[in-house]
Structure formats: C-alpha cells, structure tokens
Design a protein around this ligand. Structure first.
Ligand code: EPZ
Length: 434
C-alpha cells in the first residue's frame, strides 16, 4: 500500500502534456480483438487499468506488445478463449466490454462480474438488455455473466438511462451483427465517439456517435488498423482545477478544448482566467474561487468524474456551493476526508452543500476511489502543511505519471512505499516537464 505525501501551498506553474483517454483506451483495447489482423494503437495512457487489461488480453491468448511510451500492438489470430475469469477481471470495471466483443467474435462470452471503483451500485442491465435485443441469451451464474447467440441480428434498442458502458458495449456487439442496430438515448461522451471512430477505422459502419441516436450497420469482417486515442478529458480537467485551486498558471497541452466546455464555464464563473488555444488551455487562478453550483450530467453536461476534484476546489470557495450528483449515488466519500483537513460539507443523499473555508490543513487521508484520490491531491496541494494520501493504487489506475507531472509544475510531492521508504522525484530540467 503506497502513499503520496504532499507538502502543500505551492502554486502550480508551467505546461503539462495530457495523456490519452483512459475511458476510451479501456474499450478500444478489447475492441481490437474484433480485428482479423494487427491493430496499432497510439497515445495510449500507461496507467494500471491499461496494464491490467493488456495482461487480461494476453492471458486470453492475444499477442500483445505494450510499450510504456504509450502504444500497443494487438493481434488475435491465435486467440480462441471466450472466457475471462474473476481473478482476471475483478481489478477493473471496464472488463465488461469483453462481453460485447467476445459475443461478436465467437457468439459466446463468459465474463466474471467486474470490479472497479466503489461509487454506487453499478448495474449492467442496459448492456444485457442490448445483447438480448440482438438475439443473445444472457444468464448470470455463480458470479459469471454468460452470453450466447447462434447469430446476432440488428435491432432498435432504447436505453432507459444514458449509459456510456451500455452504449459502447452494444456498439461492440452490433458491429458484426446481421443488419442494422439503432441505439436510442445513447451516451455522447467523447470516448464513445472515439471508440466508434476506432471501429470505423477497422471497417465498421457506425454513424451518429456523439448524438443520442447511433446506427450500426453490421459487417462481416473487421481489419487491423492504426489509431490514435483522444486526449483524456478528465485528466485535462483535473489539472485545470489544480491550477485554479493553487492560484497557479498552468497550460494543459494536447487537449481538445471543446470537450472541456462545462469545466471551463464553471472555472470562469468562479472568477478564474481561462484562455483556450487550438489544442491547449491555459488556466490562471486569479482569486479565491467564487461559490458555484454544479449538477453532474452525461456529456455535454458537467462530468461526474470531475465532480470530486471540483468539490475539493469549492472547499475553499467564498460562500456556499451546492453540488448535485445525478450519475452516481455514493460519490461524496472524499468530502469526509476533506473534512479532516478542515473542509465543511454537509451531504444529503445526492446533494453536497459545501461551505467554503479560508484554508485547508494537511492531514492523513484515504482515497476511496480514483477521482476521490484526485480530489485529495488537489486538497493536499492547497492545504497548509503535509497531507498523506493512502490507497494510491486507485490513483495509479487512471492518472499517468502523476508525480512527474505535478513535480514538473512545481508541486512538492513524494511517494512512500509499503516499507515507509520515500521516493522523491527531483526535477532535472527537461525530464519531468514536456
Ligand atoms: C463510465 O462508467 C466511466 N467508466 C466512469 O468513469 C464514469 O463515471 C461513467 O461512465 C459516467 O460518465 C468507464 O468508462 C470505464 P454508465 P459506466 O454506464 O459506463 C446507470 C472514472 O472515474 N446504469 O454511464 O459504468 C449507472 O448506475 C470512472 O473514470 C444503469 O442503471 O457508467 C449510473 O447511474 C468511474 N444500468 C448511470 O447509469 C446500466 O446497465 C451511468 O453509468 C448501466 C448504467
């Protein structure tokens, strides 16, 4: 169990390159199993979720060459395995994408019910409804989801909730189905569009990704391709918020500003300066943030995955902010930890009422999930004194070289391993920076 120790109070300054999108990568890697030959995927974030997934694909018989510099080669010509066991999938939620992929590839899939962040009940009824509409029989036996189909046939599927996972999983299953599948009330997140673009590069015929109606015309064959993953919207937002929180001046580089509109709007409302370029955004923390209200929504609304980092910033806002979490029902656990640092929030069901305080103070805190970890890093950067964050493995699941990036921006942060040994990065000119 490693910890991150942050000596707070440093203003972040400089330029930081954003990695490829985690939530696109965790769908694109399994999607590559659908190709008959090699896929080369670039701008891949080197994070634990990707490393775990690459191992799962290897164990299933795929040839996988993962390059820590951010690319992967996948070839499945010898793969026969249609089962993914609990030991393989329990470490990551997104292993549910194997269901759609294996069903499309082999007409059968057996995948243990996935693990992942504890942020509320995480049903997959909409995924299953989609597979069934395509003609599959789906059962849950002893913790394993089993899906079988002699053939998949296109269908119209209306999602009862806007679900990223169900939208992608149904696309994955439908690309090789007979006829046309329509997903109505589909998720519009940038990573949904990215997965559709990847599948289209392999020869799929998907139209409408990024709108609420997606049409997938089934094809017989998908081929290997070369593909570059989009930048991570949530990592981008995390550094934008960290810049504002520390009163810093940070430019996030290699990003898509359009994906950040909801976050940019809130930072402006708080009194921050935000300057957009073609593929970069500069955030200057000009003042103590003004209070704002936030309601999380599917894209293009304010992303739930940035609600936690944003609430760390609102902990020091001038006034009372109200956050309504509309996507996950248990995504405020980090506020209990921030309370240990002097934060003042009251939680009522899906609403957090945050009374801004002038200062946070360093304390030992526990990351309960990935974005809770990001929120605690931001709280630690703002706080006076030393903050020690446990359960860093959650953070490593989704943020690439987080200490490198923070140190390159001037943060004072070190990692403490399970034996209490400290690893501290020193910023040698040019190595931790861009
Ligand atoms: C994806 O999860 C992301 N994970 C999550 O990011 C993100 O919080 C979420 O989308 C919302 O944007 C990945 O992409 C791997 P959903 P997903 O299906 O697909 C309900 C992070 O921090 N629902 O869009 O699992 C569900 O309960 C992670 O990077 C059903 O009711 O989320 C939730 O309330 C955490 N039935 C809502 O829909 C279903 O079958 C949205 O969930 C599916 C979902």
């Amino acid at each position: 169990m490693e910890k991150l120790r942050i000596y707070g109070g440093k203003k972040l300054k400089g330029r930081v390159k954003i990695s490829g999108a985690k939530n696109a990568a965790v769908a694109i890697l399994p999607a590559a199993l659908l190709a008959d030959d090699t896929c080369l995927i670039d701008n891949l974030p080197y994070i634990d979720d990707v490393i775990v997934l690459a191992d799962i694909l290897k164990e299933m018989g795929a040839y996988v060459k993962l390059n820590p510099q951010g690319s992967i080669e996948i070839n499945v010509s010898k793969m026969k395995e249609y089962r993914a066991h609990y030991d393989m999938v329990r470490r990551m939620r997104a292993s549910y994408y194997l269901l759609g992929v294996l069903l499309a590839k082999f007409g059968k899939a057996e995948v243990a019910f996935p693990g992942g962040c504890a942020i509320g009940t995480r049903p997959i009824d909409q995924h299953i409804k989609g597979f069934e509409a395509l003609g599959a029989k789906v059962v849950l036996e002893h913790g394993v989801i089993k899906a079988y189909a002699d053939k998949l046939v296109g269908s119209e599927i209306y999602l009862d909730v806007v679900s990223v996972g169900a939208t992608i999983n149904i696309m994955l299953a439908a690309v090789r189905a007979e006829g046309t599948t329509t997903i109505v009330n589909a998720a519009k997140e940038p990573h949904v569009v990215d997965v559709a673009n990847f599948l289209n590069s392999m020869g799929a015929k998907i139209k409408g990704a990024g709108t609420d109606t997606i049409r997938i015309k089934g094809v017989d064959k998908l081929s290997g391709c070369e593909y570059t993953i989009i930048p991570d919207q949530i990592e981008t937002g995390t550094y934008m918020i960290a810049a504002a929180a520390t009163g810093g001046d940070v430019t996030v580089v290699d990003v898509i500003p359009k994906h950040m509109e909801a976050v940019t709007a809130k930072l402006l409302e708080m009194g921050m300066e935000v300057i957009e370029g073609d593929d970069e955004i500069r955030v200057i923390g000009r003042q103590r943030p003004r209070k704002v209200n936030i309601k999380t929504q599917p894209y293009p609304g304010f992303p739930t995955d940035l609600q936690q980092p944003m609430s760390a910033l609102l902990s020091i806002a001038d006034g009372v902010s109200v956050i309504t979490e509309n996507v996950w029902e248990a995504r405020f656990k980090h506020l209990d930890e921030i309370a240990r640092m002097g934060g003042n929030a009251k939680i009522e069901d899906r609403v957090a009422i945050i009374q801004g305080v002038e200062k946070l103070y360093g304390a030992p805190v526990i990351a309960t999930d990935l974005r809770a970890g990001a929120a605690l890093i931001i709280a630690g950067l703002i706080a006076e004194g030393v903050t020690e964050i446990s359960n860093v493995e959650f953070i490593d699941r989704g943020y690439e070289t987080i200490e490198h990036k923070l140190v390159s921006l001037g943060a004072d942060i070190e990692r403490v391993d399970e034996n209490g040994k400290t690893r501290r990065l020193t910023l040698v000119e040019g190595t931790a920076a861009l």
